[in-house]
Design a protein around this ligand. Structure first.
Ligand SMILES: [Zn+2]
Length: 422
């Protein structure tokens, strides 16, 4: 009888290849178990229905060191209609205005320029260019969000951006002098097609600026709640420079930003465009990543066990508060909150409700945990003892907005990087 060939046990079944270099993905960065889609808020009539849960198992490519979540869910299921309207956050609107002013000044943009923003959302950024008389085009795949942008006078097309879409945009509108793409590079499943599209779209002397959360901050700040299905890639400058280089682009400048817990804003041009010299800040950031071993596998090890400890500390706090008869309410219903609450198994036995400024979410329930979402006024009505700030990156802004809660002795709590009561 022929003998059966048995695969060695350590070669666990791999379901995906690296989305950049196609190497087999066999090394785990962190495994957060099963979770529902973080923006799939549950309306009351669906509370008794089944909800799909997908793996949140993040892997790292041994060859190019791109940290990534395999495409467990088709992007069409995630992005066609969703509840995130950025204009509801004050600090985000201010961030957009500063960016627009800086770019107009730095590149001398005017009526002959074209600004094409990728993932333009409800037009919160492009509106500042429109006000300055600069032609714009927004590219936003979520149709309901694109309609909101059009309603505020921001010309918008509703397509998934990639090489083909870029060719169509160029044919119809010409090449872009400036391509802002904020918090989208990490969210595209086909990162090669997306970056190839930027190369097609950019004028010979055009510049693309991309903001994305920096994996250095994720690791350093224990920000495991920024992992969710819509967030496919967790980026270092090291990985991004390889990806852009493969598509004829190079990074000419980089800034570190406080947004989303710590982001990078890279400036990219065609590799042969000598319009501006490569900034010293690029070398400085490469050195920072080297110092933290982010240009080799060892910099990514040890994250999983730290996440487990962070979870235990948050649960200890919440269980302790309940045992003392205290009431805990949440603030915010961001995607990151849902990863945290599902991973930790926090439901209404530990968190009564949460509130959010976005009226789209009122009366809905958080995916998986079914915690109800109310308008912010609910906090003053129920006077909880603790307010758990789920978008902890906005802790200052939110604790100032809710300063009145200190009148009845309420304290604020953030869960990340570790539980802190203040
Ligand atoms: Zn790779």
């Amino acid at each position: 009888m022929p003998t059966t060939t048995v695969e060695p046990a350590q070669r666990s079944k791999v379901t995906a290849d690296c989305r950049f270099c196609q190497s087999e993905l066999s090394v785990t960065f962190v495994d957060l178990g099963m979770s529902p889609l973080c923006e799939s808020f549950v309306p009351p009539e669906r509370l008794d229905a089944m909800e799909p849960f997908y793996p949140l198992h993040v892997r790292i490519c041994e060859r190019c060191l791109l940290v990534q979540l395999p495409e467990y869910v088709a992007p069409e299921e995630i992005f066609t209609e969703y509840a995130y309207f950025s204009a509801y956050s004050d600090s985000w609107v201010a961030h957009a205005r500063r960016y627009a002013d800086a770019m107009i000044a730095r590149y001398g943009l005017g009526a002959d320029s074209l600004v094409v923003e990728l993932a333009s959302n409800d037009g919160y950024l492009l509106q500042h260019f429109v006000a300055a008389g600069i032609p714009v085009l927004g590219v936003e795949p979520a149709q309901n969000v694109a309609r909101a942008a059009e309603a505020r006078g921001v010309r918008t097309v509703s397509v998934f951006f990639g090489e083909q879409a870029a060719r169509e945009i160029v044919a119809q509108h010409g090449h872009a002098s400036l391509v802002p793409a904020n918090n989208v590079l990490a969210h595209v499943p086909d990162i090669n097609d997306f970056v190839a599209g930027i190369a097609v779209l950019l004028a010979r002397d055009g510049v693309a600026t991309l903001e994305f959360p920096h994996i250095h901050r994720l690791i350093d700040g224990n920000q495991y709640d920024t992992i969710y299905h819509e967030h496919f890639s967790y980026l270092s400058l090291y990985a991004v420079e390889q990806i852009f280089g493969a598509h004829g682009l190079r990074v000419v400048d980089v800034e570190e930003l406080p947004t989303h817990g710590g982001s990078l804003r890279i400036f990219a041009r065609h590799a042969d465009d000598a319009t501006e010299p490569v900034s010293d800040r690029v070398a400085a950031l490469r050195a920072l990543e080297h110092e933290h071993a982010l240009d080799r596998l060892e910099g990514y090890q040890g994250f999983g066990p730290r996440v487990d400890e962070t979870k235990r500390r948050l649960l200890e706090f919440l269980i302790g508060a309940r045992r003392e008869g205290k009431r805990v309410a949440g603030y915010g219903a961001p995607g990151k909150g849902n990863t945290l609450l599902n991973h930790c198994g926090i439901r209404t036995d530990l968190l009564d409700y949460t509130v959010d400024r976005n009226p789209y979410k009122h009366g809905m329930f958080l995916p998986g945990t079914h915690i109800p979402i109310h308008p912010p006024e609910r906090i003053a009505e129920t006077k909880p003892d603790y307010i758990l700030i789920l978008p902890w990156n906005l802790r200052k802004e939110i604790s100032e907005q809710l300063a009145y809660a200190r009148d009845w002795g309420a304290k604020f709590v953030v869960p990340i990087p570790t539980v802190e009561v203040f």
